[in-house]
Write a protein that binds this ligand. Structure first.
Ligand SMILES: [Zn+2]
Length: 251
């Protein structure tokens, strides 16, 4: 039995894809992905009301565009419902990250409703959804119950060296804000291109050019899901170290 997979891969995840977003930057990324045959995962907000995003101009044929991307093999994930932050988790959220949340602290009924309504938007536009990640990485027990009730059991978030199973969910780790090609690990990027400048784009382009062969698809990432005892131990160790590190940094 192979106890540790000595390989690595990076899944490109673009956050905050919405009708109102930085479309100039998105177009540049699209061209880059097509040129290098990269299939990213897009975190799409089904009903965006986030004032920071509403500042950008609106794309009229947005849902058609998302559907086309799905048809060409890009993965579409549901990123919250409205992307509006309300309650502060005070680090009591599932990943102990703290910060404001769209979901944390809300009743099961309210959270289920948000997810259900979000799925209806995708369904209406003929877009299939199998995964979710919450705005600001903030979940509570009800978020997972609500996801389960809505038939979603893949979450692109979490501490780990590679995807793992917990609470009947597959967690696809997302650890760093910066672009890092971690050795012996399967990681997801978190790219907020609405905040990018031309320099950020050029750095990203260079990252893609030098790591092309390590960039993997969502399906490839899922195929790396492992529950063996060694991976679980390593994931737990990583989780504890990162939580401790963050505590030190914030105190
Ligand atoms: Zn977001």
């Amino acid at each position: 039995m192979k106890i540790f997979n000595l390989s690595r891969g990076t899944l490109i995840r673009i956050d905050d894809v919405a009708q109102n977003m930085n479309w100039d930057m998105m177009n540049k990324c699209e061209e880059l992905f097509n040129r290098h045959n990269i299939k990213p995962v897009l975190g799409v907000i089904p009903n965006n009301t986030d004032p920071d995003l509403l500042k950008f101009s609106k794309k009229e044929n947005f849902w058609e565009k998302i559907k086309n991307w799905q048809d060409q093999g890009w993965e579409i994930s549901m990123h919250g419902y409205s992307h509006n932050y309300e309650i502060d988790t005070n680090k009591n959220d599932f990943f102990k990250l703290g910060g404001k949340s769209e979901f944390y602290g809300k009743s099961l009924e309210e959270q289920t409703n948000k997810i259900k309504k979000g799925l209806e938007v995708f369904d209406k536009n003929k877009i299939k959804i199998r995964s979710f990640f919450a705005p600001n990485h903030t979940y509570d027990e009800n978020t997972f119950k609500a996801l389960k009730l809505c038939g979603i059991n893949e979450v692109i978030d979490g501490y780990g060296f590679q995807p793992y199973e917990e609470k009947d969910f597959v967690f696809i780790p997302q650890l760093f804000y910066r672009l890092i090609n971690f050795p012996f690990s399967f990681q997801t990027t978190q790219l907020h291109l609405n905040e990018w400048t031309d320099t950020t784009f050029n750095n990203f382009k260079n990252f893609i050019l030098s790591n092309k062969d390590k960039i993997i698809t969502y399906d490839k990432m899922l195929s790396k899901t492992s529950n063996n005892i060694f991976i679980s131990l390593m994931n737990n160790l990583l989780k504890r170290s990162l939580i401790t590190l963050r505590k030190f940094k914030n105190n």
